[in-house]
Design a protein around this ligand. Sequence first.
Ligand code: PPS
Length: 290
Amino acid sequence: MEPSKDYLFKYKGFYFGVETTPEYISSLEDFEINDSDIFIATYPKSGTVWTQNILSLIIHEGHRNGTEKIETMERIPWLEYKPPTTDLTKLPLPRVFATHLPYYLVPRDLRNKRASIIYVTRNPKDVMVSYYHFSKYMKTVEEIADFNLFMERFLSGKVLGSSWIDHVSGWYSHAEDFNILFLTYEEMKKDLRSAVLKICKFLGRKLSEEELDSVVTQASFENMKKDPRANYENLPDDVVDKHKGSFLRKGTIGDWKNTMTVAQSERFDQVLMEKIKALPINFIWDINEI
Ligand code: PPS
């Protein structure tokens, strides 16, 4: 089954949602980069909002102490989706962007090792199940109610973000071209403090013990779920169906077992496991493994 043109279009082999255009994506090749820019790059549902929130907490004291009420989308806008209100050239430095772009479509200067990129991966069964639930909640994403059909779409890469394995292996195999830090959702879940310290070290930022504690506490799933900015609670009703869920759903490792049958898991393994094993990542598939 091909994806509906009401939701997706393909540009240079990659599926985008209709909130952007091929012309805009093409223009990003020349997007002007500042050396202090930071990009959070992910395949969808891999920990983007979590990392956005962590960076807001690290960089902006006003976000950390609650004196600023800036929406996540304004603070850390999407690179490839035209922002409704923010002029990307006028963001305060350091600018931070989120992106689901594959390595080969990012601004040229990133490939000259300018700016900093944080690439976050997550075990793909949890990614797929998170994506499946997200497609019900998010009105701009095509809903495929039958999980089997959704899985086939995901496995064939006919979803926004295209093929998970191509995205991850593309970024990892081109690591040398970029100034990049790789993180996994699971390591953040296992030891958030160490992950925050890694990010600080990569960005050359020093936080006091107290500030670090505050970042780690506020970036927990429970606290982010209570924060309307982190949970994207102010998205308009024509974008999300608030009766059908929330942005922060379960926030755990291994929830795929609650949706996938044994047969579905085997089918998934048959298609992807060999390629997954070739990646330089040790995925954690169950919360009890950490
Ligand atoms: S998106 O739409 O691509 O931007 O989604 P993304 O933010 O990448 O992924 C959403 C999933 O990340 C979970 N999440 C968290 N897990 C643990 N701790 C924290 N603090 C946290 N914040 C977000 C979120 O709940 C989604 O996963 P699921 O499995 O659906 O709960």
